[in-house]
Design a protein around this ligand. Structure first.
Ligand SMILES: C[S@@+](CC[C@H](N)C(=O)[O-])C[C@H]1O[C@@H](n2cnc3c(N)ncnc32)[C@H](O)[C@@H]1O
Length: 342
């Protein structure tokens, strides 16, 4: 290959066509998805107040850094690396004497994020990425020869890159397999889960994972059925619920995603093990996005305070500023809590 022009010798392909001035579908956003070839595109989309496809805007970055109280030379874990937005800000503060271990279950995005951070100048001496569930944080640290660190950060749920890509099955706005697994190599897809799970268990999941008011009716209509794709499932949820606004569909998709990824089981295991992975005075900060997550974080931190495991915890949840909520709707439900190891 010609090293000066990587496209040399590659047959010319016609530009993908889309109706209107701007691409709407994920597959049409090839310019946003290829920042090396179209370096100006992501900035252009971000300036219009949108999240460029294939990227993720970090939620409450200033508040998260304030909660972690980082100083140069510290060592810690970003348990949900995602696009690496928070990680990059952490790395800027801990500097060349610090060390950050980034964990993520997602086998596709973790490699891209690692590469981006390497290209930004962070070598393996200051940053390493590892595909791991954060429930296994103690094992992941032990593999790096560490037992306790100065800080642990987690920004729960999934990233915009995962939601945007219809092939991952998280979006109800486009055709895609009913998958929703953060790590598609493990467990069963959401479609398979719906097909195999009895009505009463589906109802329980819709209630517990998304406080869905029509859980019973939706479970009756969806359990045991086979859906060819996410749009068909979304249409059926809208039909059964009589809600065309997308709110019920969003809640049901959330409930299914939490179930197939065992998100509450992983969070509870993580919350149990975190104190063992922190040095005395070490800080834990967790961003949650719905009541099921926040309840668990709040309960674990309060229990840790009562038992003397934590010396101090945040009195109240910290939420995004009005300005951030306006600029990034993902920040609207975000709640941040912190704890300091005794
Ligand atoms: C909201 S995104 C993180 C975004 C990141 N803070 C940033 O600024 O780019 C959440 C990430 O956590 C990952 N994740 C979710 N549950 C996980 C778990 N149990 N263990 C490890 N990673 C998990 C998801 O794959 C996703 O990439």
């Amino acid at each position: 290959m010609n090293s000066e022009n990587p496209s040399a010798g590659v047959p010319h392909q016609r530009r993908k066509r889309y109706a209107g001035k701007n691409p709407r579908k994920f597959a049409e956003k090839y310019k946003e998805l290829d920042p090396l070839k179209y370096p100006e595109m992501q900035q252009h989309v971000a300036q219009s107040g949108k999240t460029p496809a294939g990227t993720h805007i970090s939620v409450m970055p200033a508040e998260c850094l304030a909660a972690l109280q980082l100083v140069s030379g510290q060592c810690g874990v970003d348990a949900t690396l995602g696009y690496g937005g928070h990680a990059r800000k952490i790395l800027e503060i801990i500097g060349e004497k610090g060390f950050l271990l980034g964990l993520d279950v997602d086998p596709y995005e973790i490699g891209r994020t690692e590469l981006r951070l390497r290209e930004a100048g962070y070598g393996a001496d200051v940053f390493q990425a590892q595909q791991s569930n954060f429930a296994g944080i103690a094992k992941a640290l032990a593999a790096k020869g560490k037992s306790a660190v100065d800080f642990i950060f987690a920004d729960l749920g999934c990233s915009s890159m995962q939601i945007d890509n219809p092939q991952r099955g998280f979006t109800f706005k486009d055709h895609g397999p009913v998958d929703m697994r953060l790590n598609p190599a493990r467990g069963i897809s959401a479609g398979e889960w719906l097909k195999r799970t009895p009505v009463d268990a589906v109802e329980k999941i819709f209630m517990e994972n998304a406080d869905e008011p029509q859980a019973g009716k939706l479970a009756q209509g969806l359990a045991g059925r086979d859906f060819v794709d996410t749009l068909e499932l979304a249409r059926e949820i809208a039909r059964l619920s009589g809600d065309a606004s997308g709110d019920t569909t969003r809640r049901v998709f959330q409930a299914l995603r939490i179930a197939v990824n065992d998100e509450f089981g992983a969070l509870e295991a993580f919350l149990r093990i975190c104190p063992d992975c922190l040095c005395s005075g070490g800080r834990l900060a967790i961003l949650t996005f719905h009541s099921g997550e926040d309840r668990r974080v709040k309960k674990a931190m309060k229990k840790g305070l009562t038992e003397g495991v934590y010396a101090s915890i945040s009195d109240d949840v910290i939420v995004a500023t009005a300005e951030e909520r306006r600029a990034n709707p993902r920040a609207i439900p975000a709640k941040l809590r912190w704890a300091i190891k005794a």
